[in-house]
Design a protein around this ligand. Sequence first.
Ligand code: ADP
Ligand code: MG
Length: 369
Amino acid sequence: MNPHTTSSGSRRRSAALKLVELRKQFGDIVAIDGVSLDVMAGEFVTLLGASGSGKSTTLMAVAGFIDATSGEVLINGEDQSRQPPHKRDIGLVFQHYALFPHLSVEKNVAFPLEMRRLPKAQIGERVRRALDLVRLGSLGARKPSELSGGQQQRVALARALVYEPSILLLDEPLGALDKSLREEMQWEIRRIQQALAITTVAVTHDQHEAITMSDRIAIMRNGRIEQIGTPADIYERPRTRYIAEFMGSSNFLRGKVEAGPDGGRLRVAPHTAVPLAPRAGALADGSMDLVIRPERVRCVPGPREGDGLAGAIAGVTYVGEAWQIDVKLDSGEMLTASHANHGELALAPGDRVAIDLGTHPWWAVPLES
Ligand code: ADP
Ligand code: MG
């Protein structure tokens, strides 16, 4: 149902959506502060950030519901500044479904096509295909009030896709759904997005949702993109401490950089220097914070003299799929480890443990003032 299902290499490499130094001020409030972004044809990019970081404003500027103070929005290379929302080649889904309550599912989905004055026969055919796509083929005669929240969001998605826009924008489309339905719909949206190869920009504040759905994630903070990359880039190689903290629980151990081949090392204790992952650009001498995800460390009972990092278990928490182990290091710092739950845990509060960091290189971030 979509002209963009061709997967030729040249299409993939061109930016279907390009934002250039986009800014938006509401009076004194700078909602977006110079956002530049290239979204490739067929790509799924998520704007992820805390509430108020400028995600929705960016999306509304792309859709044309907000006029940017400065900067450009280009769709397939064409400047959109003079295009009203309905002339932009965009489909939109919000958190609140905004379906017409008095119209049937079919009529809701047909609405954008009737606005565009398509011939009746074509409308019927396209509506049927769009409803099949979201697996609502049999519910076309129902009213929105006769559907569950997840089904209503599927109707909204069908309505956004039915006129085959080149870009799909999703602003927290699953925000009103409960957890299990949310996860089912994440998978469902991703399936449809890939089947159509439709260029998509989604907004969420949910890290897990962003990681599981996106080709790339742009982390927004204070109206700017602080980092953009694949989910693994963002999770494993955060540029800043803010991003490391935002993307999940993390320990930070402060240390001094010792330059060397590859990534050099970070000395975090008199007898402990941890190899650092190579990174683009030289590391400045001085201090950095080592980023240690709890699932990447092991607590080993009975540390010996010279074992490096060691401490005493301060607490053990059962969290279902894992045990969370809080260790008070001999330096006085606290460190949290997460051991996958394979049955009994042979560790208890008070036990002395060594912290096994393995031999693989670690990631570090600059100190944050
Ligand atoms: P997010 O979607 O990331 O939660 P928004 O883009 O909605 O953030 O908002 C970014 C900033 O702009 C916030 O400080 C918000 O209060 C402000 N803002 C958004 N819309 C308006 C508006 N219409 N008038 C004034 N301030 C606004
Ligand atoms: Mg928002």
